[in-house]
Design a protein around this ligand. Structure first.
Ligand SMILES: [Cu+2]
Length: 369
């Protein structure tokens, strides 16, 4: 026992060899260290961006994030919600669950203190020998039942709203990979990969990889290619993975949905407020699980159309582009890591392939819904 006690004391003081080896770096260094995974993985291969146009910050796909909105800002509690489900859920948590929990805790604590004081040995030398009190037994059965019903009704209503979306305007297929995301908009012929932007001083960043700037977003959250969706539209996310289980999570949308290989999960969002909203993979998926962030930019429908055109897609109903421009999305072909890990995603105008069939099937399923 004494030996165990010493071991615990040493571990607490950080003196064991393991604890000493795990000393955390200074806060200013931790982000850079965290962003420095072991070199040599397939995804470390740089995406050659020589063919990419220069970044115009402020343009669609590169809008400036708003501090404190769609990203963590050190506050405790839930991020500011920007979807109807998020607002309903946050209100349920903040104005119903939390006060109810506080009330129950206060009542139980008060009862405990009262019984300790009132029935201490000095004040109550002859204990009662009663073993039944029908009134109290009815109360302590009924009150918890009523509390559970009061929680269950809004909770089930929230679940129903979450899983019965209104008619969908736009479908986005999200595929998790080790360790990046692929986004496909099958109706628009848009498909691209999205990688985390590394820091300028990250030794694993290759010369032709763009470094993160503050205009891209916070460290570990900024990505090279954001998903862009139009404001005020019902967007359905069809979520899957092609290797291990990932999780597509955007806290300010109240979305956290597992991405399982071989399964399609779906969720939805409607965002009225233009802005940039960040999230992260939220299922431990391997060595670089912490380095596959999600960035969603919400824009006006006109800017969304611009973005679709810039990605080589077309708006539904628009005339198909000339055959010369029906090449595979430049972003997908530009990524050797992606090419090795997954078949190249093609636009619907390209020659049919299994990669094209999949979103087409999903879209048919969406239309039936
Ligand atoms: Cu993941």
């Amino acid at each position: 026992m004494r030996l165990i006690g010493w071991a615990i004391a040493l571990a607490a003081a950080g003196l064991t060899p393991a604890a000493a080896g795990a000393q955390a770096p200074a806060p200013s260094q931790s982000a850079a260290v965290a962003a420095t995974p072991p070199a040599g993985t397939a995804q470390d291969a740089a995406k050659p961006d020589a063919a990419q146009p220069a970044i115009v910050y402020g343009s669609v796909g590169h809008a400036a994030p708003t501090p404190g909105i769609g990203e963590p800002d050190g506050r405790k509690g839930i991020q500011t919600q920007v979807t109807p489900i998020g607002e309903e859920a946050a209100a349920f948590h903040n104005y119903w669950l939390l006060p109810l929990c506080a009330l129950i805790s206060a009542v139980v604590l008060a009862l405990l203190l009262w019984s300790i004081v009132r029935y201490r040995r000095g004040a109550n030398s002859t204990p009662s020998r009663n073993s039944h009190n029908t009134l109290i037994e009815v109360i302590w059965t009924l009150v918890p039942v009523l509390i559970l019903v009061a929680i269950a009704i809004p909770s089930i209503r929230l679940l129903r709203h979450t899983y019965s979306p209104p008619p969908v305007d736009l479908t986005v297929k999200v595929t998790g990979h080790q360790w990046y995301w692929t986004y496909e908009l099958p109706d628009y012929g848009v498909s691209f990969d999205s990688y985390m932007l590394k820091e300028a001083n990250d030794p694993t960043r290759q010369a032709n990889q763009r470094a993160r700037t503050d205009a891209d977003g916070p460290p570990l959250l900024a990505v090279d290619e954001r998903l862009v969706i139009p404001q005020g539209k019902i967007v359905k996310f069809i979520i899957t993975a092609d290797d291990v289980i990932h999780s597509f999570a955007v806290p300010s949308f109240w979305i956290k949905q597992d991405a399982n290989p071989g399964q399609l999960h779906e969720t939805w969002a409607k965002v009225d407020r233009p802005g940039v909203y960040f999230g992260q993979c939220s299922e431990l998926c391997g060595a670089r699980h912490g380095f596959m962030p999600i960035a969603v930019e919400v824009t006006s429908p006109a800017q969304f159309a611009q973005w679709v055109a810039s990605k080589g897609g077309k708006m539904p109903g628009a005339r198909p582009p000339a055959p010369a421009s029906t090449a595979i999305s430049p972003v997908s072909t530009a990524s050797p890591g992606a090419a090795a890990a997954a078949p190249p995603a093609a636009s619907p105008n390209a020659a049919p392939s299994p990669a094209v069939q999949q979103p087409a099937t999903n879209q048919a399923a969406t239309a039936q819904n």
